[in-house]
Design a protein around this ligand. Structure first.
Ligand SMILES: *Cc1c(COP(=O)(O)O)cnc(C)c1O
Length: 430
């Protein structure tokens, strides 16, 4: 469906009135600052709180109060099996089989644990290909994994950067680097969506290219899970991990998720770090010698489930399950499409004929399947004062020095009217 957009309140309200997901906004707490509901565009950093979250956590606090340790076996959702409730709904969000996913720990912890299994360098095959300027946490994790394995990061980590004068990475450069590394390549470790530009990477082709030279391929889906269409199993990705507090609205520091391809789940010989929660269920409590991994992603679990943060996760995952990724993707196309339109309209109203020099330069790919919710704009010729104006007028967005505004209109709780007001405020700021 294509739509004719106008940068008017009437058009925004009309689109909200026909939006089948509009009712979900009232299921979230929209922050009110100085008496006014903010225009929240940082769902890519910390998603908003579902109103039911408190109730879900409260239920588990009650179970704890009522049952004590017996809560592991009694009550509505016995804690022994609490994490198992996520397998089905999360597998739908990331396009996996239920046995291929599990929710545990935090993102960087999980990335490190997965690299223990999937980065097994040898003298001949030791290189890692990743994106340049990856999220710092990922850079640190890679650097130290390489050092722990006894290699030198400088001649081990190959970073793919955008070409001179460009913001996004050209996929051909990824494929040719993979081919060039060939037999020396141990791992391709990329983001699913670049956190700075919002660029979506072609995970299917990257995986195929990596496998062709015999490397493992994994993705950090921090900015992809709950945002874009994922089909990890079909794409034959080896492993992936993500956090739940960005697009998945599960609260600060919320629990992370991992995916491990079925063929690796079935390989009990695959080295990994271990603990009791990854051991075969039948014999877990016999406390015998010898680790016997479950034949699912659960075998990467080491500890018992953090039920309170998982309860917050469940409040959000239940919403995703009810709405479905397909409906979210459909609205997202229009919502970010409308934002792009509004930005262009401001450029033309202000007479910015060359936004690369002065005006609003959209550095996020325009094709809707090459971006998710996020739109990143470089305000060329402007600096921090326009961002301060946005904040003062109740827009919560993300500012990166010297002049980049990152915006994430999220289909679950952002409205077309939010986007319209943002444009209006930005236009006044300029
Ligand atoms: C948000 C984000 C993280 C954060 O890691 P935590 O372990 O959850 O603190 C890591 N990597 C990427 C790519 C991110 O976007």
């Amino acid at each position: 469906m294509t739509r004719k957009y106008h940068n008017t309140i009437a058009c925004a309200q009309e689109m909200d009135s026909i939006d089948p997901l509009a009712k979900w906004r009232s299921e979230f707490h929209i922050p009110v600052i100085e008496g006014k509901e903010v225009k929240y565009f940082t769902g890519n950093s910390l998603g908003l709180q579902p109103k039911k979250t408190k109730e879900y956590i409260g239920e588990e606090l009650d179970e704890w109060a009522n049952w004590g340790v017996e809560g592991h076996f009694k009550g509505k959702h016995p804690w022994m099996h609490y994490h198992e409730m996520f397998a089905e709904p999360i597998s739908k969000i990331v396009g996996a089989k239920p046995k291929e996913v599990v929710v545990m720990n935090n993102l960087t912890v999980n990335l490190n644990l997965l690299m223990v299994s999937f980065y097994r360098p040898t003298k001949e095959r030791f290189k890692i290909i990743c994106e340049a300027k990856a999220f710092p946490s990922d850079q640190y994790a890679l650097e130290m994994q390489v050092k722990c394995a006894g290699f030198n990061p400088e001649d081990t980590i190959v970073e793919i950067a955008p070409r001179e004068g460009e913001y996004t990475i050209n996929h051909d450069d990824i494929y040719s680097a993979i081919e060039q590394a060939g037999d020396s390549l141990a791992l391709v470790m990329f983001g699913g969506v670049n956190y700075f530009t919002g660029q979506v990477f072609d995970m299917e082709t990257i995986t195929r290219s990596g496998h062709k030279v015999g490397a493992n391929v994994g993705f950090d889906l921090a900015h992809a899970a709950g945002n874009i269409k994922l089909d990890l199993n079909q794409w034959n990705v080896d492993f992936a991990c993500w956090c739940s507090y960005k697009y998945m609205n599960s609260g600060p520091g919320g629990v992370s998720g991992i995916y491990v391809n079925e063929r690796h789940c079935n390989n009990v010989e695959l080295p990994r770090f271990a603990g009791w929660w990854g051991h075969e269920k039948e014999s877990r409590f016999l406390m015998e010698k010898g680790f016997k991994p479950m034949k699912s992603a659960e075998s990467w679990q080491m500890s018992n489930a953090p039920v309170l943060t998982m309860a917050a996760h469940k409040a959000s995952v239940d919403i995703f399950d009810e709405v479905g990724m397909q409906a979210l993707l459909e609205k997202q196309k229009h919502l970010s499409g409308y934002l792009e339109f509004v930005v262009e309209d401001i450029n033309s109203q202000k007479g910015f004929t060359n936004p690369k020099v002065r005006g609003l330069e959209n550095i996020t790919p325009r094709a809707w399947n090459e971006r998710g919710c996020q739109v990143s704009i470089v305000a060329n010729g402007y600096g921090r004062p326009i961002f301060d104006h946005l904040m003062k007028e109740g827009v919560i967005a993300d500012w990166r020095e010297p002049n980049v505004i990152r915006l994430a209109p999220v289909p679950l709780y952002n409205s077309f009217e939010d986007v319209y007001h943002f444009g209006n405020i930005l236009s006044a700021a300029l």
